[in-house]
Design a binder for this molecule. Structure first.
Ligand code: ZN
Length: 440
């Protein structure tokens, strides 16, 4: 099915959103804020311009818009087993979307490119005059960024069933407001957010367009790419304990230098990332007492490691912790670690990856290997339950979560066209039962 998204209108919508809810200082769409609600109201106005679309909000605050296929019966839901009408009825739906929320002073593309391209998909279908072969739902996930309370993917993890309200209810923002109260102010009952899970029942595919937010496509001169999955992520706090002592009186051979141990480990950790084609980052070290004339008695190190393959991620973690133990021993220190976050990798659906790859090629982006995503996305959560793929547009400069985030216009056009083609290909594939077979 040839689905042509009007890229001019998507770009015009993006610019309008940025003028109204961004500006030279960057995006003003922090989740659960007045600004965010206003941006969503603007978006609702765009949806209202389309014929045959119904819009509502789920228990986690995610906004859904539906264009129903006449083959989908009863309305928007999978019939219970045994009640499925015979013949051409086709229950189930394909989801398109991303998130409108942004980090403070963020860029004009992160998240909203995917939402407004998904709007372009609904617009193309609604204006074609022909009913889609499969119901299409657009979603604007609530609080993807986690910028205010530190918990990313809030709305999509509620829908995927991986959000535990007790883990997040008492998180506080910079003003001391609790997460649970901020949600309540937006009419979201945290304890009932998990009921949004019903929104994924009957979902046949999830398709998300996003900017890459990194340098790989720019480095290889590619405008867009299919994405193979999102990395699993392990985060640890590692503490090296030695002995604080006078920097003048303590000979080198008699020291227990925790900072030297941590620094040695950090360099080895770098090599682990290179060796396994993953990423390992020591993002911060805090030495105590932090005095120019004292040996550091204890040093805390923040470690983040990511890989698309769960087995390799586990190996990398083992090697990193081993590097820490050996470095501690070398400098006569002790080491302990604490896991602060973990997410398993989400490899995307092979058939959808193939469709997206061909779509990028057909849209003029060239035929290149799909790339993995280092950042987590809503697709990470949805992809655990529903066949999923993403498309990335090149970022140039290769930066995100900053007002200078940008992508070349030709990259955006190729990515938007490829996205439309991917949705068309996915609708065809699910209507033919291809994804369901590939999954079984
Ligand atoms: Zn994003």
């Amino acid at each position: 099915m040839n689905l042509v998204v009007d890229a001019d209108r998507v770009l015009a919508d993006l610019k309008e959103l940025h003028e109204r809810h961004g500006g030279p200082g960057g995006a003003r769409r922090l989740a659960w804020s007045e600004d965010w609600l206003a941006a969503r109201e603007w978006f609702q106005g765009k949806l209202d311009e389309l014929d045959g679309i119904t819009v509502d909000r789920d228990e986690a605050g995610n906004v859904w818009a539906e264009l129903r296929s006449p083959r989908d019966s009863p309305p928007g839901r999978t019939p219970a087993e045994g009640t499925r009408p015979p013949g051409p009825a086709f229950p189930g739906f394909v989801i398109v979307g991303s998130h409108l929320d942004a980090v403070p002073s963020g860029g004009w593309l992160d998240g909203c490119l995917g939402v407004l391209a998904a709007l372009g998909v609904l617009r193309a279908l609604a204006e074609s005059g022909e009913a889609p072969p499969v119901t299409v739902r657009l979603v604007d996930w609530a609080d993807e960024e986690g910028a205010r309370f530190g918990r990313s993917l809030l709305g999509s993890s509620a829908a995927a069933g991986t959000l535990d309200p007790d883990d997040v209810r008492d998180l506080k923002d910079a003003q001391g407001t609790r997460l649970e109260d901020a949600l309540a102010a937006c009419d979201v009952d945290l304890d009932n957010a998990g009921a949004s899970r019903s929104r994924l029942e009957g979902a046949l595919a999830y398709l998300e367009l996003h900017i890459e937010q990194g340098p790989v496509l720019l480095d290889t001169g590619r405008l867009a790419s299919a994405v193979s999955g999102t990395f699993g992520d392990e985060r640890y706090l590692i503490t090296f304990k030695g002995q604080s002592a006078h920097a003048g009186s303590t000979p080198m051979r008699l020291r227990k230098d925790s900072l030297a141990a941590a620094a040695t480990a950090a360099l080895e950790i770098r090599e682990v990332g290179i060796r396994h084609d993953g990423v390992c980052t020591v993002g911060a070290m805090t030495a105590d007492p932090g005095v120019i004339t004292a040996i550091a008695g204890s040093t805390e190190m923040m470690l983040d490691l990511r890989h698309l393959d769960a087995g390799t991620l586990a190996t990398m973690l083992e090697e990193n912790l081993d590097a820490c133990r050996r470095a501690a021993e070398k400098f006569d220190c002790e080491v302990s670690h604490r896991r602060v976050f973990g997410a398993t990798p989400t490899p995307f659906h092979p058939k959808l990856i193939q469709i997206a790859r061909e779509a990028v090629d057909a849209a003029g982006g060239g035929d290149g290997d799909p790339i993995p995503s280092g950042p987590l996305h809503d697709a990470t959560e949805v992809g655990r339950l529903v066949p999923t793929v993403m498309i990335f547009a090149q970022s140039d400069p290769p930066l995100s979560h900053t007002a200078i985030e940008d992508s070349p216009e030709d990259a955006l056009r190729v990515a938007i066209e490829a996205y439309g083609r991917t949705v068309g290909g996915a609708l065809e594939a699910v209507a033919n039962g291809e994804l369901q077979e590939a999954r079984a």
